[in-house]
Design a protein around this ligand. Sequence first.
Ligand code: Q9C
Ligand code: ZN
Length: 357
Amino acid sequence: MQTIFSDLHARHHPGLEFYEGELKHYHDTPNRAQIVLDALRSAGCAAPSAPQDFGLDPILAVHRADYVTYLQRAYADWVGDGGIPAGVFPDVFPMRSAMRHGGRILRPTKPSALAGYYSFDLTAIIVEGTWEAVYHSAQCALTAARIVHAGAPAAFALCRPPGHHAHADLCGGYCFLNNASIASHWLASSTSTAKEGQTRVALLDIDFHHGNGSQDIFYSRDDVLFVSLHGDPSRQYPYFIGAADECGEGPGYGYTVNFPLEQGVGDERYLDVLAQACERVARYAPSYLVISLGVDTYQFDPLGDFALTSAIYPRIGALIAQLGLPTVFIMEGGYAIEQLGLNVAGVLSGFEEVRPS
Ligand code: Q9C
Ligand code: ZN
């Protein structure tokens, strides 16, 4: 299958993130993308293609315009205000009860406070090249969506930065623009293959972490089904949302499906739950399937607590392929550097064995 990749991802290279009470090395390192590329080349895959440019419109269809403007300007404004060159760090977050005052919170002008207005944690660090990187990461997702829309059985967007934690107006969890949501919305809005007026898209999130941004973006919609398997958010990042009783609201009720899982999940247990998730996708009978592909479910991932072995990844790809749907794979997390390439290539090759392109 075709891989879409932009080397402009390397413009985003924060050195530090804040967790466990200190500044530590940033987990979403630029070499993650290179490692996946190398593994795909070793597996005999075709060389990657550069993304096409869809402009800002498909991004603005998912993200708030003021947030997109913030992402574009944040670094310059921060440095202009005397901020450290290492990147933009929020120093305050809106208090929940501020929402009481007319259902909104005030938008500050101070760059460090504006960063808190548009962030939910301290791990989406904005540096000088961040906008360029996230813009092209989203274009990779859109290009892969277009390839599948044009009839390919599958395509892989090697996105970096990742996207599934980003909300319409919030960054966090190494994510700024929600690549999988942008691709899903673009496909759902495509009319050429709509059978009964509406194109349905299933977004299946298999990153270790709950896709809080994707869930929130589609929470009240029935034209995008969101299904996620993840470490239980009562125990694991991103915390606060992703429980099994979150099912969507209004017309979206029943179109959000969460499988929060216990620590130490092994291969057979994971495949059992993934089969349930796939059954829900099949029942929805979508025109397209988008996969938020994270491999931080791997047993030695520094940010996960599952116990999956590398042998599971081709089986995951095969299970997804058995749905028989046009499928867009979007790269999300995975931080066990030594096995990252093997695990990602495993999912894609497992898919291709069932559905060769
Ligand atoms: N002590 C993705 O996989 N920090 N994002 C965790 C653990 C944030 C993960 C801190 C993890 C974000 C796309
Ligand atoms: Zn993750």
